[in-house]
Ligand binder design. Structure first.
Ligand SMILES: [Zn+2]
Length: 273
């Protein structure tokens, strides 16, 4: 998307930095009108690089180094259900938006299906689409019904659901604007849950720049993007991301939200319709 900002079409750009993500090392620029940061490369070149990149298993390249301690913590988190702490936080946000009318939900780019597992336990009818077969398999194992489809998500269909979830997906796409427009066209009645790193938060930006992200959003430009693509944003929050082990233990013991609402916090969430 080299030539212009996908939010407002601004062609001018300020150099920002190079991504620290090893496979890319691309130039990231800032739109002077809306402060969107994006990888300055043509759509075709970006699509080609991403295709090659995502051909392998995503987790193998991006997950932290596996140590005995981290493996132990992961096992404990998985056995106790502590690994669903962030999913509960997302579900709470969706529910307090008051926009969920029925119980049909699909998660596009569902990864290992943590949110689906949580929502299924909460009584929702869930479905998921995940491009990485290994991640899809891991998620499916813990779900009661066979609901995770392996497939790409950049050509959205009519999913016939009440709520569509795109959590940590938009920033990976070549053209989130085209995706959002098509998603709205094919799902005019659906509500949409979006979560991305909040790049107005310095830690959020730093984390986002170290991942294979093509876009780095803040609350203002993400809202503008959605509204330009036909979505009406009903509720936006930024929240703390206490994604750490001890916070998850506290969550497990006290049922506190591990990602509570916080001014200019690390994560950016919104509900739109
Ligand atoms: Zn812009």
């Amino acid at each position: 998307m080299a030539t212009a900002c996908i939010v407002d079409g601004t062609k001018a750009k300020r150099p920002f930095s190079k991504t620290t993500f090893a496979m890319h090392g691309f130039n990231v620029v800032t739109c002077p009108a809306c402060e969107l940061k994006y990888v300055d490369i043509s759509d075709d070149a970006l699509s080609l690089i991403l295709k090659r990149y995502y051909e392998g298993a995503y987790d193998k390249r991006t997950s932290e180094k596996s140590t005995a301690l981290s493996r132990f913590r992961k096992s404990v988190a998985s056995i106790t259900g502590m690994d669903l702490a962030i999913s509960e936080s997302q579900a709470r946000f969706m529910e307090r938006s008051g926009l969920i009318q029925s119980n049909n939900i699909i998660d596009l780019g569902c990864g290992q299906g943590k949110l689906l597992i949580f929502l299924e336990r909460r009584g929702y009818e869930v479905g998921g689409v995940e491009p990485d077969p290994e991640r899809a398999r891991v998620g499916q194992q813990q779900l009661k019904r066979d609901v995770v489809k392996i497939g790409t998500i950049d050509n959205p269909e009519n999913y016939d659901v009440d709520v569509i979830i795109i959590s940590h997906v938009l920033e990976h796409l070549t053209r989130p604007d085209k995706f959002l427009r098509l998603l709205k066209k094919r799902n005019p009645e659906a509500k949409l849950f979006v979560e991305v790193p909040n790049c107005a938060n310095p830690e959020g930006l730093k984390a986002s720049m170290s991942e294979p992200h093509n876009y780095h959003f803040n609350a203002r430009n993400l809202k503008a993007l959605l509204e330009n693509c036909g979505w009406k944003v009903k509720r936006t929050e930024t929240c703390a991301a206490n994604g750490y082990y001890w916070a998850h233990i506290l969550w497990f013991l006290l049922r506190k939200d591990v990602c509570p609402r916080k001014e200019n916090g690390f994560l950016l969430r919104l509900m739109a319709e």
